[in-house]
Design a protein around this ligand. Structure first.
Ligand SMILES: [Zn+2]
Length: 118
């Protein structure tokens, strides 16, 4: 089963585990205000690219956040096929709404604000 672990204040990371070994990960951002989920990175070890692990990972995200509409900022060969199969459209240029800041900026603001609960 995939296991989730937080990665920074706005980015989350879903680890893809196969026989107790991490074989990939999906990085994504979630905005509750827009009901938007944006997949920003998909990493999969080569042997697992054709076996549906990516599809399962995104299905897992959809099950976990049933209220969100998913998009992606990715446009690589691996993710184009995957996102096409899953009917996940490309996000706009920046790939994020005004509520979700880029990782660098959010890290800085989280340090100064310091009120965000995990
Ligand atoms: Zn938003």
């Amino acid at each position: 089963m995939p296991a989730a672990s937080p990665q920074g204040p706005d980015e989350e990371c879903l680890l893809l585990v196969h026989v107790r070994k991490v074989v990939g990960q999906v990085t994504y951002r979630v905005c509750g205000e827009c009901a938007d989920g944006v997949i920003t990175e998909v990493v999969l070890d080569e042997p697992f690219r054709a076996c549906g692990l990516g599809t399962r990972a995104v299905s897992h995200l959809r099950a976990r956040y049933p209220e969100l509409t998913w998009r992606t900022t990715l446009d690589t060969r691996l993710t184009r096929d995957l996102m096409h199969r899953l009917r996940i459209p490309r996000a706009g240029a920046a790939g994020m709404c005004s509520h979700v800041r880029p990782p660098a900026a959010s890290a800085a603001s989280a340090a100064s604000a310091g009120h965000r609960q995990a």
